[in-house]
Design a protein around this ligand. Structure first.
Ligand code: FES
Length: 324
């Protein structure tokens, strides 16, 4: 969990799909307890929500960034969840007070792009829908593709269809049940105009196919956000970490991440997901070469080696000097 914590009340709770069944989605409208405005956010941002002590989950904000009075998140009940989504489905009720972080964003929307293609898979629709609302507000041209297992499990579908239909924005929805076809990512890339920026959020398999289709097409602007880390955390150890601001130099032994090794010395780096997807543990790198294992930084950011996620990344050099 990052250092800035906020308390919000569940103003409204709605459910899509069959309550208690995998795939059911709960949409939480969160507002400041005293009714004041919340810190601003950009489209693509997410917040941490504390389910209970020691259980923190990240959820993308799905509402329009122009809405200062609320954060809206959608939580899909996932049979494979480590407890986060189940907690929010079983225990959270309207009027409950939750502890959350301020919004963070590593899935930035380029608002100057001449054309934007938005692609959502399942509950990955949340940051993508926020981006769509931002593009509508800016009057920028875009198209929206939404794939889900079943129409009945497609969160926000009615709102998206109605809003984009009224605005004359091209919208495609595909559902896999009843023999339906998946989104054809190759066709989407081929049909888009030159210079378009692409954004996708969804399950790993869909994102892998999306990245491959973008590479095959030679597209430069392929942006995405993952739900879970794709690489194992670096726990090989065998290097030192020096903390430039607070002083001290610490051995990272085999079996521990940098985050865990520092914690063992009583140094707590703000963190949240601990699997390289949220960006909460980002630290500046003053010297040394990180072994990047996260899904937050772009390839260019990783190559620059000026910042790293200490929850999962290690070191390729005998020593790292961090801006901590
Ligand atoms: S704690 Fe989430 S990226 Fe490190």
């Amino acid at each position: 969990m990052s250092e800035t914590q906020l308390r919000v009340r569940v103003h409204e709770l709605t459910e899509v799909g069959q309550g208690g069944q995998a795939g059911c989605v709960r949409i939480l409208d969160l507002r400041a307890e005293e009714g004041s405005d919340l810190p601003p956010f950009e489209a693509g941002a997410h917040i941490d929500i504390v389910a209970r002590e020691g259980l923190v989950r990240q959820y993308s904000l799905l509402n329009a960034p122009s809405e200062c009075h609320r954060y809206v998140v959608a939580i899909a009940l996932d049979a494979t969840s480590r407890g986060g989504s189940k907690h929010f489905h079983d225990w959270v009720e309207p009027d409950d007070v939750l502890t959350i972080s301020a919004p963070r964003c590593h899935f930035h929307l380029n608002e100057d792009s001449p054309y934007t293609v938005l692609i959502a898979g399942g509950i990955g629709v949340t940051p993508v829908w926020s981006m769509a609302q931002r593009l509508l507000a800016l009057g920028k041209p875009f198209e929206f593709h939404y794939g889900a297992r079943a129409r009945s499990q497609a969160a926000l579908l009615t709102e998206i269809e109605a809003t984009l239909g009224a605005a004359g924005v091209r919208f495609e929805a595909r559902f896999e049940d009843n023999g339906g076809a998946r989104l054809n990512l190759t066709d989407i890339f081929e049909a888009a105009p030159e210079g378009a920026h692409f954004y996708a959020c969804g399950p790993s398999g869909m994102l892998d196919a999306y990245i491959a289709a973008g590479e095959a097409r030679g597209v430069d602007y392929v942006h995405y956000e993952r739900f879970s880390g794709v690489e194992e955390a670096a726990t090989e150890g065998g290097f030192e970490v020096e903390l430039a601001r607070t002083g001290g130099c610490y051995e990272v032994p085999s079996g521990l991440t940098i985050l865990e090794a520092l914690k063992a010395h009583g140094i707590n780096v703000p963190h949240s997901c601990a699997e390289g997807i949220c960006g909460a543990c980002e630290c500046g790198v003053l010297s040394g070469i990180p072994d990047h294992r996260d899904s937050v930084l772009t390839d260019a950011e990783k190559a620059a080696n000026t910042t790293m996620m200490v929850c999962c990344s290690g070191s390729r050099s005998p020593k790292l000097v961090l801006d901590l």
